[in-house]
Design a binder for this molecule. Structure first.
Ligand code: SF4
Length: 346
């Protein structure tokens, strides 16, 4: 079965540019959102790639900022019955699947993900059907329907040990949707993996040649790379890992300066955690550049403070951005998600 190329073309990627907001107005909006969260008895869970003000607000109001694995765990375990998920839609869906009795909202449901869009459930079902002997492992960046069709869900922070575990049992893997992450895991584990052909529009733009050129300018810099990046970029890295693992590596590696190949939203947490180190963006320009993202996910960028305030302030708008998952789909998707959450943390 030959798969079409599920990487998105530039036309399918929104050109979202967040508004520039003066400091005083940002502070006023943060205060307004904090009051609205309290009034709605809601907790804010944010991803590392969203606006730094939204991240700070989540932490200041008793919420949480992390990668998608820990966001899912926090949302499930927190006593609040209303979750506000600042991230992209699959994160909201995951929160809803794990907490079906809670109400889950997002600043905007328009926040999607190129990997999720590039893995349509019907096409994935056909892929699965064509290879019934394989264990289906999907990345968290997929719809609830695709998760419901799978045996395991993994995030980038736990994908390696889970695939190692399956390979040790002699299982052959059917992997979707990120081809770069799939290839990276395959290279580290020697697992027998059949790969879907999706890609992240942000990480796929990092360029190995331009990164090598930058490394010559800063020869003492460490290179931190997210494994959704192409193999040639991963090959230059001093550390490869999920967002949380990149933040950790910046602390444990001895370098004072790092070139970082992931969404630039992560720089907020990197600079907070490691104020004495410096971070520069890995290049997305150079030969073959299209700059579909310029190292910032256009869907993550939709989680602006003003959008969050407007959604929380308006009952009708909030209701329109509630995350809903069909109960049977949710029950099916819960099984592979709980397998991941029960797996020992790396
Ligand atoms: S950065 Fe890439 S993988 Fe993450 S949400 Fe955006 S498109 Fe999806």
């Amino acid at each position: 079965m030959n798969l079409p190329d599920y990487a998105l073309t530039a036309e399918r990627v929104p050109q979202h540019r967040p508004a520039l907001v003066p400091v005083q107005e940002r502070q006023r909006l943060q205060g307004q959102v904090a009051e609205l969260l309290a009034a709605r008895d809601a907790v804010l869970v944010a991803h590392y790639y969203v606006d730094g003000d939204v991240q700070d607000l989540a932490e200041a109001t008793g919420g949480f900022v992390s990668d998608s694995l820990e966001m899912a765990r926090f949302g499930r375990d927190h006593p609040a019955q209303t979750l506000i998920v600042a991230g992209v839609r699959f994160m909201g869906e995951t929160a809803k699947i794990l907490s079906p009795h809670k109400r889950v909202f997002m600043p905007t449901l328009e926040a999607e993900c190129s990997l999720d869009i590039g893995c349509p459930p019907a096409a994935f079902a056909a892929f699965r059907q064509a290879h019934p002997e394989r264990t289906a492992v999907v990345y968290a960046n997929t719809s609830a329907k695709v998760k419901a069709l799978s045996d395991w869900v993994v995030t980038s922070s736990i994908a390696l040990p889970i695939i190692e575990h399956l390979a040790a049992k002699g299982e052959k893997v059917l992997w979707a949707p990120d081809k770069h992450l799939g290839r990276y895991i395959q290279s580290q584990t020697d697992a027998d993996m059949l790969l879907w052909s999706g890609a992240c529009v942000v990480h796929e733009e990092f360029k190995a040649k331009a990164l090598g050129d930058l490394k010559r300018i800063y020869p003492d810099a460490g290179v931190l790379v997210h494994p959704e990046s192409p193999a040639a970029v991963v090959g230059i890295a001093d550390a490869v890992g999920s967002t949380s693992q990149i933040v950790e590596a910046a602390g444990t590696l001895p370098h004072e300066l790092f070139i970082v190949a992931t969404d630039r939203g992560l720089f907020h947490k990197l600079r907070q955690r490691h104020p004495h180190k410096r971070f520069i963006e890995a290049p997305t320009a150079g030969e073959g550049a299209t700059c579909r993202s310029c190292a910032h996910c256009p869907w993550m960028a939709m989680n602006e403070l003003q959008v969050l305030a407007d959604t929380l302030a308006d009952d009708a708008r909030l209701a329109a951005n509630e995350v809903l998952v069909a109960p049977e789909t949710g029950r099916q998707a819960m099984i592979p998600l709980e397998r991941m959450l029960a797996f020992p943390r790396p």
